[in-house]
Ligand binder design. Structure first.
Ligand code: MG
Ligand code: MG
Length: 263
């Protein structure tokens, strides 16, 4: 499958979908508190999306790795959960947790996708470092989204920042193209070994729109599953963090389409 290239007009439409996603994530960040279930967060996400005339992108989504459709609108991945965390009534948020909120939406025919990790109350110094470093990996990855660079440059940057802090990018996961669909080519691995297995590099071009989403952990680069068929966890149970921005590759430089008020 070819990589889609988008016009500036289309990029503005993707930006509007991303804006809905950012607003929903900001509403979730304001609402999250100890004692709340991850299912409640999913309900808030649905309500906030509806208010804005958009549609959740993950609800009913069938990814290539699953025979099932995702039954929620929001992925909530707490502590050792990395991504694809299935919201549940029995998972209660508590003080000291770090919670990855990953949300996607369609608005007027285009998709937005973004993720943030939220610290609930006071968290450990290690978790704070993990969050800071994962965000730094994302911000550094954005800077190399220039025409003429390669997907492998993004892979290298994420790895370099992870290693600088003694952290681990998780294997078999990564970012993706986005636009009319929420997941498009190219796949953007977070780990160099996963990149080598893919045996495919892509040159970045004007008009590519990429969702970059580094996921780093404190103790391992190996992933496992927790048994609910969705939630991906670290193999050693150590905490993981996850941030995701959408960026358009343009001759004027990287254009971030997911703009958060608090950075
Ligand atoms: Mg996402
Ligand atoms: Mg994504």
């Amino acid at each position: 499958m070819a990589v889609e290239l988008y016009s500036f007009k289309e990029i503005e439409k993707i930006r509007r979908a991303c804006q809905v996603v950012v607003e929903v994530l900001e509403a979730l960040k304001r609402s999250i508190k100890p004692g709340m279930s991850t299912h409640e967060l999913d309900m808030i996400a649905r309500e906030e999306t509806k208010k804005r005339g958009a549609k959740p992108a993950f609800l009913g989504y069938k990814p290539p790795f699953s025979d099932d459709r995702f039954p929620a609108s929001l992925c909530v991945s707490v502590n050792e959960a990395v991504v694809h965390g299935l919201p549940k009534k029995e998972i209660l948020i508590k003080e000291g947790d770090i919670v990855s909120l990953d949300f996607g939406a369609f608005f007027e025919g285009y998709a937005g996708d973004s993720a943030i990790t939220v610290a609930v109350g006071e968290v450990s110094k290690e978790k704070e470092l993990l969050m800071m470093a994962t965000k730094e990996a994302l911000e550094e990855a954005v800077k190399v989204c220039l025409p003429g660079n390669w997907v492998s440059d993004i892979v290298d940057v994420i790895y370099r920042v992870a290693k600088k802090y003694g952290l681990y990018p998780l294997k078999n996961l990564g970012g993706h193209g986005i636009g009319r669909k929420v997941h498009e080519e190219p796949f953007i691995p977070n780990h160099p070994e996963t990149f080598r297995q893919e045996r495919k590099d892509y040159k970045l071009r004007q008009g590519m729109v990429l969702a970059l989403e580094p996921m780093l952990s404190l103790g391992t680069d190996e992933i496992s599953h927790n048994g609910d068929r969705w939630t991906v966890v670290t193999a050693d149970g150590s905490p993981a963090a996850h941030y995701e921005y959408v960026v358009a590759v343009t001759k004027q430089g990287p254009m971030v389409l997911t703009e958060f008020k608090d950075g």
